[in-house]
Write a protein that binds this ligand. Structure first.
Ligand SMILES: Nc1ncnc2c1ncn2[C@@H]1O[C@H](COP(=O)(O)OP(=O)(O)OP(=O)(O)O)[C@@H](O)[C@H]1O
Length: 228
């Protein structure tokens, strides 16, 4: 695996994005210019409907960009093939508000699944790796628990373990604390911050939660589809 540090890790230039067709076509993002550098934690805030999730999904290669240029880990995403997008996605960790754990898999199996999707981990002891990652998020005593028997904060920590176990260079998180009480929310972001600094990964986190803004190296603000 190449360890070349590409900086910026993500680079967007003059990005525009639209929803709908014909008369219903509506612009959601206007002329976005943004660089995310190696190892930094960036928090994106802004009113509801301002375009934060749309931008996050574009930056994560989860939808294709319409206009402009978007480079993720050196790969141009505008006009990229499905295969190229899939390759980029494998190098990104995602954490969502609703943790999206598989309810029929234990904590360990949820984390392992993320490794099973990567060819480069197939030869490794992924069981041990998944357990070690759960230990590092404080769930060493919960590895065989199913999501229904874990608290909201614990489930979100499993989601963090799943996102970080493959050591991605980028982690994108959409409202990771929205469903959590103050203490669990705080614990979750501090954990993300700690692991990101240890692993040297860049985090972009969308939130409405003012209580966690201080973990950011940089805060960016979105309004009416524009970064201001
Ligand atoms: N799939 C879609 N089809 C049509 N319009 C959409 C779609 N997704 C988002 N939009 C519109 O794009 C704009 C930006 O939405 P987006 O979800 O990115 O905002 P947001 O800042 O993440 O909001 P919130 O904080 O409420 O999650 C909104 O006007 C929304 O209605």
């Amino acid at each position: 695996m190449t360890q070349t540090i590409l900086s910026p890790i993500i680079s967007a230039r003059n990005l525009n994005h639209y929803f709908g067709q014909g008369a219903l076509r509506k612009q959601a993002l206007y002329d976005i210019n943004l660089d995310l550098d190696f190892g930094e934690i960036v928090i994106m805030t802004g009113p509801s409907g301002s375009g934060k999730t749309t931008l996050l999904t574009l930056l994560g290669g989860l939808r294709s960009a319409h206009e402009g240029s978007l480079k993720i880990l050196g790969q141009e995403i505008c006009g990229a093939s499905k295969q190229q997008l899939t390759q980029v996605r494998k190098r990104i960790g995602y954490i969502f508000q609703a943790n999206n754990l598989m309810t029929f898999l234990s904590a360990k199996q949820n984390v392992k699944m993320s490794l099973e999707l990567h060819e480069n981990f197939l030869d490794e002891k992924i069981d041990a790796k998944a357990i070690a990652m759960l230990e590092s998020v404080g769930l060493g005593n919960r590895v065989d628990y199913y999501p229904e028997n874990l608290s909201g904060g614990q489930k979100q920590r499993v989601a963090i373990a799943r996102a970080l176990v493959s050591h991605p260079k980028i982690v994108l998180a959409d409202e990771p604390t929205a469903a959590l009480d103050k203490k669990s929310g705080r614990d979750v972001v501090e954990l993300m911050q700690k692991l990101a600094k240890e692993q040297g990964c860049t985090i972009l986190l969308v939130t409405h939660d003012n209580r966690i803004l201080d973990v950011a190296d940089r805060i960016i603000y979105m309004e009416d589809g524009r970064l201001v």
